[in-house]
Design a protein around this ligand. Structure first.
Ligand SMILES: Nc1nc2c(c(=O)[nH]1)N[C@H]1C(S)=C(S)[C@@H](COP(=O)(O)OP(=O)(O)OC[C@H]3O[C@@H](n4cnc5c(=O)[nH]c(N)nc54)[C@H](O)[C@@H]3O)O[C@H]1N2
Ligand SMILES: Nc1nc2c(c(=O)[nH]1)N[C@H]1C(S)=C(S)[C@@H](COP(=O)(O)OP(=O)(O)OC[C@H]3O[C@@H](n4cnc5c(=O)[nH]c(N)nc54)[C@H](O)[C@@H]3O)O[C@H]1N2
Ligand code: SF4
Ligand SMILES: [Mo]
Length: 706
């Protein structure tokens, strides 16, 4: 007898609704849930990995501790939860008592944001570890979006969301949602939505150094030289002002400083941009005019513009363009969501540059330092160094710049603990690994991504399988560690409230909650009764009410990005680069570094190849399929070259998240499909100097035949 379960997929930001059939302990099938009001039945090939992950024999079920024999060989032995948690709490407490709280470092990775128990309960531990040495995947990713949101709208999470379903013009820079399923933009089934936009006479214009899957679907695609988008965006804005097309319309009543921006950028002409971007001035002017003329238009940029040397300026400019064209807070433009559980109300607005890293003086954002500084804060910070490291749901050895350097630095720690289900490239350095339950063994509410979604919806799902004897959820591990550490430090500990209870309180007191008078009268009970989710309607204008800035004003002349314009002038005035520029690549069957242990997702042709333009290969005497050596300032590696005119001349593309061939990785299938790590080439010194975000997407490299 099979049982039907409902569950939202947490593997990427699209949060698709799923229908999962099980029998006993077996998952029989995983399908899209047609009744989910957001995803409407959409699903991608990764969803079935939930079964593979659940059943994976390499997934740890018990804590393990590493021991190194005299000959250097490593063995892992299972420990009881009590032993592992006690030893961890002891190590943390000793570090705090002997060297102060900053001697502890912490890194949280991407899945921590997709797992609501990790979001609700990490504070139970970190409340006690108020270290300046906190890091996360934010600074190899969306940090520029947070800064632009903080500067313009007053809160790090106030992201304007592209309202694609009602738009008629979409200018997209450096995003590939057909492969990624959208980012800082929860947009399940984006293919159907792009097709619908085109069918109603709308236009999608994509700027990308690679003719991506999204570019193939677009009305227009233009190659753009990596790292040069800032000049394109400045010239678009310049054109809008120059031609009198800037009209903030309904925003004017609470928007100031736009004229200062106009005055500051008069020298960034389309002609100047053309030289560096490779996009001619007429095309640029036409795009600016079309965007301004659209009934409702969108300018959006993602990883390709965020993780470059001008990431923060780019994201700020994108918002200034949306303001100048009057497309912010407009149906079919970009709007703020009105989620059932509003993290904007429940979290701090965030702050910037209130303290700095010890070695390089890089600025914090929201109490976190740029992860490009993690290795040096372990090895080069003297008495201020990180001695003990906590990692949770992260794999920074494969995901952060100069990963090989970090890999080596982790060996110098006094103690490391990882909250993770796998022994991978990072956690292999841990003294203790604490593995949580499988995702199908805990309930789920998406606390993060409803906030970024193209429609307001809410969905809660119960666990599919019972929690096995002798296992702990991520949130329980945080609570347990917090309590044990508090006891040692002689402070009060937080009582363990279940995450679902926290969600219930948030829902009930939220804008659609039982106490709000809303017709939806949301509560946990109501969501449990509607396991495919509750529809709360399309995005709607919320300004100026939703602004978190003083006096609810949008101040466009933000000092930090305005000052950063000088760096643009200097950068493009001097640099003349003959090397190839390395960019990344995502594939729909992979996700960052941890989806390579599932046969169904990795089978088929090798995807960890260096894509190059045929002309660049011919110039270097490289045949299609040949092995090449790729080198950068920080490292070199050998990989197969793939010839394709998808890539513009002067550019090479290598996906990240591979490089599983390091000793001691216990992920059998991944090791057999090891690939190489692109982040052994990316440079911990190549940053967006304004934000500290890594510039992973514009790294100079040399490529030579082997
Ligand atoms: N060159 C280059 N580098 C990049 C990028 C790029 O485009 N190019 N992209 C960057 C981006 S956008 C990101 S977000 C980062 C990602 O960087 P990270 O977050 O550091 O890396 P992931 O590969 O997501 O690693 C996830 C880890 O979480 C574990 N995990 C999975 N689910 C759970 C769970 O439920 N609980 C716990 N405790 N652990 C879990 C997995 O086993 C794995 O070890 O990589 C960045 N690195
Ligand atoms: N299948 C899959 N889905 C994922 C992930 C995954 O690893 N696999 N990761 C998830 C995560 S953590 C994130 S953050 C999102 C990311 O979501 P996206 O940002 O949509 O995904 P990317 O593929 O990184 O897209 C970046 C694009 O920028 C282009 N690009 C590179 N450099 C430049 C440049 O200088 N200028 C311009 N204009 N373009 C440039 C690249 O060619 C690429 O097409 O995806 C999420 N979804
Ligand atoms: S698109 Fe993302 S959320 Fe949807 S099924 Fe695929 S991995 Fe899951
Ligand atoms: Mo990401």
């Amino acid at each position: 007898m099979s049982t039907t379960h409902y569950r939202a997929c947490h593997l990427c930001e699209a949060i698709c609704g799923l229908v999962i059939e099980t029998e006993g302990e077996q998952v029989l099938s995983i399908k899209g849930d047609p009744n989910d009001p957001l995803s409407r039945g959409h699903i991608c090939p990764k969803a079935v990995a939930l079964k593979d992950l659940h059943e994976d024999p390499d997934r740890l079920r018990r804590p393990v501790a590493r021991t190194v024999a005299a000959d250097g060989s490593v063995t892992w032995r299972e420990e009881t939860w009590d032993e592992a948690l006690e030893r961890t709490a002891q190590a943390l407490a000793e570090a705090v008592q002997q060297h102060g709280v900053h001697s502890i470092g912490a890194y949280l990775g991407n899945p921590a944001v997709h797992n609501y128990g990790m979001l609700t309960h990490q504070g139970n531990l970190f409340r006690l570890l108020r270290t300046n040495n906190r890091f996360s995947a934010t600074s190899v990713d969306q940090l520029p979006h947070h800064l632009a949101a903080l500067w313009l709208f007053g809160h790090k999470l106030l992201f304007p969301i592209p309202d694609i379903d009602r738009s008629d013009y979409f200018l997209m820079l450096g995003g590939n949602p057909i492969a990624s399923n959208g980012s800082i933009w929860t947009v399940p089934d984006v293919r159907k939505r792009i097709k619908a936009l085109k069918a109603r006479g709308g236009k999608l214009v994509v700027l990308d150094p690679r003719r991506t899957e999204t570019a193939e679907l677009a009305s227009e695609h233009h190659f753009i030289r990596p790292g040069s988008d800032v000049l394109f965006l400045l010239a678009v804005l310049n054109t809008l002002f120059e031609e009198g097309l800037a009209d903030p319309a309904h925003l004017a009543a609470y928007t100031t400083g736009l004229e200062d921006v106009a005055a500051a950028i008069t020298d960034f002409t389309p002609e100047f941009a053309a030289v560096q971007t490779g996009i001619d001035a007429d095309t640029l002017r036409r795009i600016a005019r079309e965007l301004a003329a659209a009934q409702a238009g969108i300018c959006y940029g993602r990883m390709g513009v965020s993780v470059t040397e001008f990431g923060a300026l780019n994201q700020w400019l994108i918002q200034i363009i949306n303001i100048a064209t009057g497309n912010l807070d407009k149906e079919g433009g970009s709007l703020f969501t009105s989620p059932a559980l509003d993290n904007v109300q429940h979290s701090s607005p965030g702050g910037f540059a209130r303290h700095h890293s010890t070695v390089r003086g890089l600025p914090e954002f929201d109490r976190e330092l740029p992860v490009a500084a993690l290795a040096e804060e372990i090895t080069d910070a003297g008495d201020e160094r990180i001695r003990v490291l906590f990692t949770g749901a992260g794999n920074p050895v494969l995901s952060t710049p100069n990963g090989a350097q970090l890999d080596a630095a982790l060996d110098q720690l006094d103690f490391m603990v990882s909250l993770d289900p796998y022994i991978n490239e990072t956690t292999r350095h841990a003294d203790i690994i604490l593995p949580p339950t499988s995702p199908l063994e805990h309930d789920h509410y998406d606390m993060a991504f409803h906030l970024n979604a193209v429609r307001n919806t809410a969905r809660f799902n119960d666990a599919i399988f019972d929690k096995p004897e002798g296992s702990l959820h991520d949130w329980e591990i945080f609570s347990e560690l917090g309590q044990r550490l508090a006891a040692r430090l002689g402070v009060d500990s937080q009582p363990a409230v279940e995450p679902a209870q926290i969600i219930d309180m948030g829902l009930q007191s939220g804008p659609y909650g039982t106490t709000s008078g809303s017709e939806h009268a949301l509560s946990l009970e109501k969501l449990k009764a509607n396991p495919s989710g509750v529809d709360l309607g399309p995005l709607r204008p919320t300004l100026p009410g939703r602004l978190m800035t003083p006096e609810k004003q949008i101040r466009c002349n933000t000092p930090e990005p305005m000052a950063d314009l000088a760096r643009v002038r200097q950068h493009f005035g001097t640099s003349s680069n003959t090397a190839l520029t390395l960019i990344g690549r995502r594939h729909v069957r992979s996700c960052n570094s941890w989806m390579h242990n599932f046969h169904r997702l990795v089978k088929g042709k090798d995807r960890c190849t260096l894509m190059m333009n045929p002309q660049d290969m011919a110039d270097r005497g490289i045949e299609d399929g040949a092995m090449v050596e790729v080198s950068s300032r920080v490292g070199k590696l050998t990989v197969t070259a793939e010839s394709t005119d998808e890539i513009m001349p002067g550019v090479a593309s290598l996906p990240h998240g591979y490089g599983h061939g390091r000793a001691g990785v216990r992920m059998d299938i991944a090791v057999r499909n090891a690939g190489v790590s692109c982040n052994d080439l990316t440079d911990d010194r190549l940053l967006d100097a304004l934000s500290g975000n890594a510039a992973l997407n514009s790294v100079p490299v040399e490529v030579t035949p082997c």
